[in-house]
Design a protein around this ligand. Structure first.
Ligand code: ATR
Length: 306
């Protein structure tokens, strides 16, 4: 835990105990159930709600968010970068990543009028790393990785992969300029050798030749959330090896077309549920200053998915 997180906990005040998740679409989210069960288990009089709001409206709302009664909130697709302009303090790790999925609203005494300050964190990188390590038992050190997508979630994954010593990281995105921006930001903020990261088009013809030594594929695009979505990657482009792991950050549906096809071809698979659990546990700790009841949260997620 960073020093800033510790100090944030000490000054934490929850006026209304109201928490939320902003995103669009939000029909797929299990976060309210996970956090509400966790609050209940610790006897906290808090409540977590989902607020589906499209990006153009969120952009307008973001500056007046401090007038809301929220004590903290999560951001999901596609708001993790939009929120940056509304923050007063950015945790150093979130700054390196360039995306925020957790905000703590800290009330600071300011004469008669308490002032709200927003502190931004990224708990996705932690959730991603824990899911790989604890659930898939996958060690990224020295391995070549393909990351599909270049949004807020991709940033956290690329950061975590680089930090854990992955080999070459290829970022493939529909909008190549966004992938280029991502690798520029992360390689600068982490002081990486530029050759470690490559940006390519998701549908470009040269993707296949970059994949001969890939051992991990991460889908961070939103393709797969809707039943009609195509698979984000043609798996025939990958080497035929049983030790390749396909990690889809989507958890609802629990088996996307990508994961179903990957299983059929004999690859290992992992969905986004464990990442959701561990990022949620870290957010919970930032907001409450208490240890997250991980078993309660895991059970809530299992029930939400059944
Ligand atoms: P998150 O915070 O979950 O990363 P995001 O920042 O909105 O959400 O990023 C969504 C990702 O899914 C982006 O990489 C996006 O590609 P673009 O940068 O080209 O928009 C990708 N994505 C969304 N819809 C897509 C589609 N229909 N085909 C391919 N990629 C798509």
């Amino acid at each position: 835990m960073t020093t800033q997180m510790k100090s944030a906990q000490h000054t934490w005040t929850a006026d209304y105990g109201l928490y939320a998740i902003f995103g669009y679409p939000l029909t797929h989210t299990y976060s309210p159930k996970m956090h509400n069960e966790a609050f209940k288990a610790l006897g906290l009089d808090n409540y977590y709600i989902d607020i589906p709001i499209p990006p153009h409206r969120f952009s307008r709302l973001v500056r007046s968010l401090k007038k809301s009664p929220l004590s903290g909130f999560n951001l999901t697709v596609p708001h993790k970068e939009l929120i940056l302009k509304a923050l007063d303090v950015l945790d150093p790790e979130a700054k390196k990543i360039g995306a925020v999925n957790t905000v703590l609203a800290r009330t600071v005494k300011n004469g008669k009028h308490p002032k709200v300050r927003f502190v931004g964190y990224n708990t996705d990188a932690y959730g991603f790393r824990e899911a790989l390590r604890r659930v898939a038992r996958f060690n990224v050190r020295g391995k070549s990785v393909l990351v599909l997508g270049a949004g807020g979630a991709a940033r956290a994954c690329v950061y975590a992969l680089a930090k854990d010593g992955a080999g070459r990281i290829v970022v493939a995105n529909r909008t190549v300029s966004k992938a280029e921006r991502l690798i520029k930001h992360i390689s600068k903020s982490m002081g990486l050798d530029k050759k470690k990261l490559t940006a390519v088009s998701l549908r470009g013809g040269n993707l296949g030749r970059l994949l001969s030594d890939v051992r991990l594929v991460v889908n961070s695009t939103s393709l797969g959330l809707r039943p009609a979505d195509p698979v984000p990657l043609h798996l025939r482009l990958l080497p035929k090896r049983k030790d390749i792991l396909i990690f889809d950050l989507i958890y609802n549906p629990s088996r996307t077309k990508l994961l179903l096809e990957a299983s059929k071809r004999g690859y290992r698979t992992l969905n986004g549920l464990p990442m959701l659990l561990y990022q949620g546990a870290r957010s919970f700790e930032i907001w409450t200053g208490r240890s997250a009841p991980i078993h309660v949260m895991r059970k809530a997620l299992k029930e939400a998915g059944s």
